[in-house]
Design a protein around this ligand. Structure first.
Ligand code: UT7
Length: 317
């Protein structure tokens, strides 16, 4: 599917913020209750600690508040709230409704669930709303996976953390920051990674790992091709933070040096929908993104979804 920007009204990110669970759980803490070790977890995943706690709405309100404050916008001026989450607080209503009220927004609000790819799905949706006339969007990615984690299962308990990342997008007169995007899914792989309603996350880790690398690389290549850029031009990769080895393998196959990636999983664990915005906010707060830089977002998740996008930071036209 072509991803043309011709005649499309675009947006730029003007504010950002994040929040994480308030309880720090280290690998050494997990050693006390699980047949695991800090050495195994660090070597196989890159994770040293994760932050646990909070509801999806609480974390979203904290990150959303920070992003709104940075943008300097009146909450009442936001035209839509898009909340990416796999762990809503209730089946009904959508958690975005709770967040909308908590932030004092007066606009439409909806949840997006595309598992760990969800924030990039939300980013594309947000740009679509701007193309159709919306002026200001609040996009949040939040997950509280530790609430659906079996803490006695070492296959999953060592991986997850809770967090939220938010951005404010504002319409511009020109085509804006979004150069290209790609969204994919393969529902035939559903049984590799799932949680039933009321149940815990179940995962075939090795197979998810294998597919994750492949679908991240495929999706990133599609976005780069649609954007009409060379891979060497990418200044920063913001990948889903599931496993350091997945990021290393994917960036290696793409031919992008690892030091161009933002990696925060060593202290956050896998925060699903929050992982890409948390890594973006970390890069921004550390001055790693300059005006005009090309930023590649790429994620994968249950479903098995994959999503990528290339933006030119700060571009209005
Ligand atoms: O957001 C998307 C969701 N998930 C993912 O992206 C996860 C993708 N998969 C992975 O990241 C990796 O497959 C894991 C980190 C889950 C597992 O790493 P692995 O290198 O694929 O290990 P493995 O499953 O092949 O297990 C190797 C060994 C096994 O023991 P034996 O059979 O070799 O004796 C496991 O039983 O490690 C054992 N093991 C552990 N040992 C200590 C599995 N989990 C643990 C653990 N601590 N937590």
């Amino acid at each position: 599917m072509p991803r043309t920007r011709d005649g499309v009204r675009g947006a730029v990110i003007t504010g950002w913020g994040c929040a994480v669970g308030n309880r720090r759980v280290t690998n050494h803490d997990l050693e006390q209750t699980l047949d695991t070790s800090d050495t195994w977890i660090v070597e196989r995943t890159g994770i040293s600690e994760r932050q646990v706690g909070g509801s999806t709405a609480e974390l979203s309100i904290r990150s959303g508040q920070a992003a709104l404050e940075m943008s300097g916008l009146d909450p009442a001026s936001i035209d839509a709230l898009v909340l990416s989450t796999t762990t809503p607080d209730r089946v009904v209503p959508a958690t975005s409704a709770t967040v909308q009220a908590g932030l004092g927004l007066q606009c439409g609000a909806f949840d997006v669930n595309a598992a760990c790819s969800g924030w990039v799905y939300g980013l594309v949706n947000a740009h679509g709303l701007v193309a159709m006339g919306a002026e200001r969007i609040l996009l949040i990615g939040t997950d509280t996976l530790t609430r659906i984690t079996d803490w006695s299962d070492r296959n999953t308990a060592v991986l997850f953390g809770d967090g939220s990342g938010a951005v404010v997008l504002e319409a511009v007169d020109g085509a804006g920051q979004m150069l290209a995007w790609d969204l994919d899914a393969d529902g035939t792989a559903e049984e590799l990674l799932f949680a039933d309603i009321g149940g815990f996350v179940q995962m075939s880790g090795k197979e998810v790992f294998r597919r994750a690398v492949r679908i991240m690389v495929d999706s990133a290549r599609k976005s780069i091709a649609h954007a009409g850029i060379d891979i060497e031009e990418v200044a920063l990769v913001v990948p889903h933070q599931a496993n350091k080895r997945i990021i290393e393998a994917a960036t290696k196959q793409l031919g992008i040096p690892l030091d161009k990636s933002s990696v925060v999983l060593q202290r956050t664990g896998n925060t699903s929908s929050a992982s890409i915005p948390l890594a973006l906010v970390d890069a921004l707060d550390n001055g790693r993104v300059k005006m005009g830089d090309l930023v590649l977002f790429v994620g994968f998740g249950a479903g098995m979804t994959a999503a990528s996008a290339v933006i030119r930071w700060g571009a209005t036209s």
